[in-house]
Each structure stands twice: as structure tokens, then as C-alpha cells.
Design a protein around this ligand. Structure first.
Ligand code: GDG
Length: 507
């Protein structure tokens, strides 16, 4: 335990994004709540209310981390209470190396099953270790005796192992927002054993869906002496039988080196209440009327996602081009709005996709468009979330076709926005959400035939069927919302290894 007298926290969240926005007012920095309350950050913050004291660890750029020109730890008070934010100073070089290179160029393709895109050469493993160690130290410095430390995502894979060494007393939970591949793919990473050993230092390792849990077990089993202690039948809400990602049973407990590690599949959801309120607002109604007036009788197909090869944007535009070519009757009757926003614009892999999307969009519009009709609208700038909700409401079809996606929240936002009960969701079988939303029209983005026919099916669907499917999808999305996810992960912790060990010991 650290020796200074600062109050320690019972819940420490370690997440790369800062939980507030820094705004300069009259030359002074003020910390404001994030402008858009959409996303998981507000849900995570809402958990601070349940603990005596909370803390958040994130990084902040600094040219001289030994002497940062900002306070390392600040106390923030907002609607969620008062909590500490520990800002870990990292140089731009450290950020590039640990985040943009190691995490995005080496880990990301492997996590999503793209072995051929894996780039090992530029990885500086010692920097990755050093940054993860610094995160672990920052978390250890905030944690009270026996605190819960909740770590998020693969860029912090080594944090649990380091933290266990620094603070054997804390409970560690780690959540993966991406898919987790099986041993055949995961083991491409030369640091596989070190990563798995770190994850097995957790009390709980969390994933979106049972497939990723079982894949993790396959990777762990391939290299380490782990025993399956418990396996359970997958609950129906996570077992859409037609999905390529379905599993019948899932491992829920592993034993490793005398400890129990709980594995939990909890799908991240969206803030349905917030989205529904937006969807019903005056502002949305005005925007919706405007969109509909522009659309006239044309059907709107909407696709939203980050510019990333995993999201399948290129394959989608290829399908759209084929449809316009093979079905002349659709020309002038449909329009595709493809929102593809670059989150890592400075990375070569993403620049290439952006260029390819632009050139395909130009070709499609050039081949089929007219002065009166633009078949495809490509949007590369972020659309404000309120406006996005109006487009969700206007879209006859949401066409969400990633090649691989941990969960995919866009499809859930679409369902949550459809308070009118209409709209068709076409969803890739390779999005985690496909094991939940059984009434979406499934599509396989690796198959031309499946891609083209799913969209045709959606466009031709009658209103009764659309409403029937949307009702089931909305009920599910409402039930398994963002709070459900966080509660589920917390529940797994309550039954974590410490309690298990105590429970099995004679009093
Ligand atoms: C990772 C995993 C997992 C997109 N364009 C705009 C915009 N967005 C917002 C959406 C949605 C979010 O971005 C995207 O979330 P996804 O879940 O679809 O995808 P990732 O960013 O890849 O997230 C994923 C997730 O983590 C959670 O665990 O589901 O599988 O890859 O919220 O609305 N928002 C606005 N304008 C845009 O133009 N305002």
C-alpha cells in the first residue's frame, strides 16, 4: 500500500480514454462532463456512486513524463460524484509505440483474425511493457486495501500481471471490447505466453460473448497448465442458433496455479433510455422531417462505422455496386448513406481504406448517378450523435456488415432509436451482437451471394414482418443494455476467486 495520506479508492477504472473533457476557460483548465453522454464512459462512472471512493486512470501526453506540466492526480466532481483522475504522463513516442504500433498494428489484426495484416517488425516490446507497468503503478497508487480494479482492453494486457505483483490484495477484472481469437490465431503473437499469464492473474476476465471466452480458454490451454473448473450451458439470450459465433456451452471458471479465474461473457449494450429520449425529441422530429423530404419515395439504407478493415466497408460498397448493376429496377429508388469515420487517421492501413472507399464511391456515383439522384453518400466526418439518431429513424434498412466485430453498438443504437417499431436490421454473422439479435437478417460478408440477397430481402420485407422482427430486437436491446453489461461484470467479480477461496475454507 502506498504510504502517503491521500484517500484511496475502492473502485479503480483503468481505461485509455479520459472520463471528461478539458476545456480552457479564461486561461484556466476546467474539467467538463463529456458532451455526448453516449457510450460506456458514463456507465462506468455511474459505478463510482456505489463505492466510498472511485478513481480513474488514463494517459495524458507529456514531453517530459518525469516532470509533467500538469497535476498527476486531479479530483473531479460531476453528476456522478467526486472521484480522482490519475493522468499518466506518456511521451508522444510512447503513445505511438504502445498504442498505434503494438496495439493497432500487431494486436488488432490478430484479435480480429487478419493474420496477413499482422505487423511485427515495428513493435518495441520493451516500451509496451514499460507503459503497462506505469499504468499498473498508477492503479496501485490509487487502490485502497482490497479494492476492485477494472482494466479495459488489449492495449493494457500486461497490467493485471504487474498489478498482481504490486498489490496481491486487490481484485482485478479485465474486459475485452474486441473479439478474442482461438489458439491458432492468437499464437501468432510471439508474446502470447506473457499476455496469457498476465490475464490469468485476474479474478475475472470478461468478454462480450461465449465464443470469445472459449477461444481464450483454447489459447490458454495451448500454452499453460489450466484446468476447466466449471462449464455452463449458454443462456438463450446469447445463443442465436443461426449465428456463426454461437456456442452451446461456455467455460466459466479456470484453475491456474492454485487460483480460480472466473470467465464472464457479458455483451456491452447501449443506453437505451438516453437514445429513446433523443429519438422522441422535437429536434429529432424536425431533422427527420427534413431527411424524409429530401428522400422523397427513395428508400434509405444506412451504414455507420469507423474506417477500419474489420468493419467491411469495401466489401459493402462492392455489394452495393453489384446490386445496382444487376437490378436496374433499384436505380433511383434507393440511396446508401455510408458513414465511415476515421479514428486513427494517421495510420497507413486506415488511410488506404479511406482512399479505396472514396474511389469506389466516386465510381458508383459516376456509373449510376444522375443530376437528380446520387446513389451513394459517403460521409467521412463525424455526424453529431443527435443527428445520427434522426438518420437511424429515417433509415429503412441499417446495413451493418463487419468482417469481424467484438460486439457492434451501431446495430443496437439503430434498434434503440426505432421507437416507431419499424426498420430492418441486416447484420453480419461475425458481429458479436449477432448471437443476441436473432431477428436481424443475417448476412455473411465473405459471400457475394449472401451480401446481395440479404439487402434485397430487407428491402422487400413487408411491414408486418419488419415490425415483428424489430419488436423482438428492441426488447432484447432494452434488456441487455449498457447497465446490464456493467452489472453482469460486477456480479462476476462478487463471485471472484477471493470469495470462492474463502467460501471453501472452513470457518
Ligand atoms: C469497440 C469494438 C465494441 C460512429 N460513427 C459516428 C459515431 N459513431 C459511434 C457509434 C457507436 C460507436 O461510434 C462505434 O461503436 P462500435 O461498437 O460499433 O465499434 P468500435 O468503435 O469498433 O468499438 C466493438 C465496442 O468497442 C464496445 O465494446 O462493440 O466491437 O470494436 O457508438 O454511434 N458517433 C457519432 N458520429 C458518427 O459519425 N456521434
Amino acid at each position: 500500500m502506498p504510504s502517503d495520506s491521500r484517500e484511496r479508492s475502492n473502485l479503480v477504472i483503468v481505461y485509455h480514454r479520459q472520463p471528461y473533457e478539458e476545456v480552457e476557460v479564461d486561461g484556466k483548465i476546467e474539467y467538463h462532463e463529456n458532451k455526448s453522454p453516449n457510450g460506456i464512459v458514463p456507465t462506468l462512472k455511474s459505478f463510482f456512486g456505489r463505492f466510498d471512493k472511485g478513481a480513474w486512470v488514463a494517459w495524458k501526453n507529456s514531453d517530459d513524463p518525469a516532470h509533467p506540466d500538469f497535476e498527476r492526480v486531479v479530483e473531479i466532481s460531476d453528476a456522478y460524484g467526486t472521484y480522482n483522475v490519475s493522468r499518466l504522463p506518456l511521451t508522444p513516442e510512447q503513445v505511438t509505440s504502445f498504442y498505434h504500433v503494438t496495439s493497432k498494428e500487431a494486436f488488432w489484426p490478430i484479435l480480429h483474425g487478419f493474420k496477413e495484416r499482422y505487423n511485427y517488425d515495428p513493435v518495441d516490446w520493451s516500451t509496451f511493457r514499460e507503459v503497462n507497468w506505469a499504468f499498473a503503478e498508477a492503479a496501485a497508487a490509487e487502490a485502497a486495501e482490497g479494492a476492485v480494479v477494472w482494466v479495459h482492453d488489449y492495449n493494457l494486457w500486461l497490467v493485471p500481471g504487474y498489478l498482481r505483483t504490486l498489490r496481491p490484495d486487490v481484485k482485478i477484472s479485465f474486459f475485452h471490447h474486441t473479439p478474442f481469437p482461438g489458439a491458432d490465431i492468437f499464437n501468432v503473437l510471439p508474446w502470447r505466453k506473457e499476455i496469457l499469464e498476465s490475464l490469468l492473474a485476474c479474478d475475472v476476465v470478461g468478454f462480450h460473448i461465449p465464443r470469445y471466452v472459449n477461444n481464450f480458454v483454447s489459447a490458454a490451454r495451448s500454452l499453460l497448465e489450466v484446468d476447466t473448473q466449471k462449464r455452463e450451458k449458454v443462456k438463450p439470450e446469447l445463443n442465436n442458433q443461426t449465428s456463426a459465433l454461437s456456442e452451446q456451452s461456455v467455460v466459466t471458471e479456470l484453475a491456474y496455479e492454485g487460483r480460480t479465474v472466473r470467465l464472464a461473457a457479458s455483451p456491452v449494450g447501449v443506453d437505451v433510455e438516453y437514445i429513446e429520449n433523443l429519438a422522441k425529441s422535437e429536434e429529432t422530429a424536425t431533422k427527420l422531417a427534413e431527411i424524409r423530404e429530401n428522400q422523397g419515395d427513395r428508400r434509405l439504407i444506412l451504414s455507420v462505422g469507423r474506417t477500419d478493415y474489420t468493419k467491411g466497408g469495401i466489401e459493402q460498397l462492392e455489394s452495393y455496386e453489384r446490386l445496382l448493376e444487376n437490378h436496374p429496377e433499384l436505380r433511383d429508388k434507393i440511396q446508401l448513406m455510408h458513414v465511415s469515420v476515421a479514428a486513427n487517421a494517421n495510420m497507413t492501413a486506415y488511410q488506404q481504406i479511406q482512399e479505396d472507399l472514396e474511389s469506389m464511391a466516386g465510381r458508383i456515383n459516376g456509373r449510376f448517378g444522375s443530376f437528380e439522384w446520387q446513389p451513394l453518400v459517403l460521409i467521412s466526418r463525424p455526424v453529431p450523435f443527435k443527428e445520427l439518431v434522426a438518420y437511424y429513424r429515417a433509415a429503412d434498412v441499417a446495413w451493418i456488415t463487419p468482417l469481424a466485430d467484438g460486439m457492434n453498438l451501431v446495430c443496437k443504437e439503430y434498434c434503440a432509436s426505432r421507437t416507431d417499431g419499424d426498420g430492418v436490421l441486416v447484420l453480419s454473422e461475425f458481429a458479436g451482437a449477432a448471437v443476441e439479435i436473432a431477428t436481424a437478417v443475417p448476412t455473411n460478408p465473405f459471400s457475394y451471394k449472401s451480401m446481395d440477397s440479404a439487402l434485397l430481402h430487407a428491402l422487400a420485407m413487408d411491414e408486418d414482418e419488419r415490425r415483428g422482427r424489430m419488436k423482438v430486437a428492441r426488447d432484447l436491446v432494452k434488456k441487455q443494455d449498457v447497465r446490464f453489461w456493467a452489472e453482469d461484470q460486477m456480479r462476476a467479480l462478487d463471485l471472484g476467486s477471493d470469495e470462492m477461496a474463502n467460501a471453501s475454507e472452513p470457518a
